[in-house]
Write a protein that binds this ligand. Structure first.
Ligand code: HEC
Length: 198
């Protein structure tokens, strides 16, 4: 009986003791460039999905008009582009220095066009814990958060003038001539032409 109790107590204590040494001896990740901790992704992603599922209210993308997208683009430029980049732009340096890195929301593989607008809006409103993604609840109005979320959901099919308003700042003269030329640039850059050797 005594042996069993000692075993039980040691068994209970071993996990906190191991965690204590893992952290105190500097082995747990602390820098943004470190590899993830064991179970970190599981805990972070699992908790996020469960929470969003519980709280999301959705809204059809078709209920947003061009004016909403234009307003969303304005919100995006000021609040999001620093981390999430602009169309036709190399990944922002800030995004690469973060763990997890900030997805480039206008780049083919990283857009959130498949996510319901409500899910994106939840992330914009509440942020994502233990990542660089801030919650904008106190910075933006509900309407602005919906508008920028609708913009994210439409990233691959933006009206030309909205897209133009998002292109990286051009010199003033270029900007005016770009605005007058009717051909919109593609949202997502085409793959480099095959004639260019890599
Ligand atoms: C300081 C940098 C930063 C700013 C500013 C920022 N984000 Fe983020 N965002 C992140 C990071 C980092 C992640 C990745 C989180 C993760 O991997 O779970 C993220 C994730 C997201 C996601 C989820 C992407 C996915 O694949 O599920 C969305 C959507 C998003 N951000 C939208 C926005 C919008 C819209 C704004 C502006 C209103 C914004 N973010 C501002 C850093 C930022």
């Amino acid at each position: 009986m005594k042996g069993f109790l000692v075993g039980l107590i040691l068994g209970i204590l071993i996990v906190p003791i191991a965690v204590f040494f893992y952290v105190e001896t500097g082995q747990s990740p602390a820098a943004a460039s470190d590899a993830p901790m064991p179970f970190e992704k599981f805990i972070a992603k699992g908790a996020l999905h469960a929470r969003i599922k519980k709280e999301t209210q959705d809204r059809e993308l078709s209920t947003f008009n061009a004016g909403d997208l234009a307003a969303g683009a304005e919100v995006y430029r000021t609040n999001c582009a620093f981390c999430h980049g602009l169309p036709l732009q190399a990944p922002s340096a800030a995004s690469q220095g973060m763990f997890p890195h900030a997805p480039q929301l206008f780049t083919t593989k990283e857009t959130v066009t498949d996510d319901p607008v409500g899910v994106t809006c939840w992330k914009v409103k509440n942020g994502i814990r233990l990542t660089g993604m801030p919650g904008f609840q106190k910075a933006l109005s509900d309407q602005q958060m919906w508008q920028v979320s609708a913009l994210m959901a439409s990233a691959d099919k933006l009206p030309p003038d909205v897209l133009r308003s998002l292109l990286p700042a051009a010199a003033p003269a270029e900007a005016t001539s770009a605005a007058s030329s009717a051909t919109p640039a593609p949202v997502i850059p085409p793959p480099a032409s095959p004639s260019q050797p890599k």
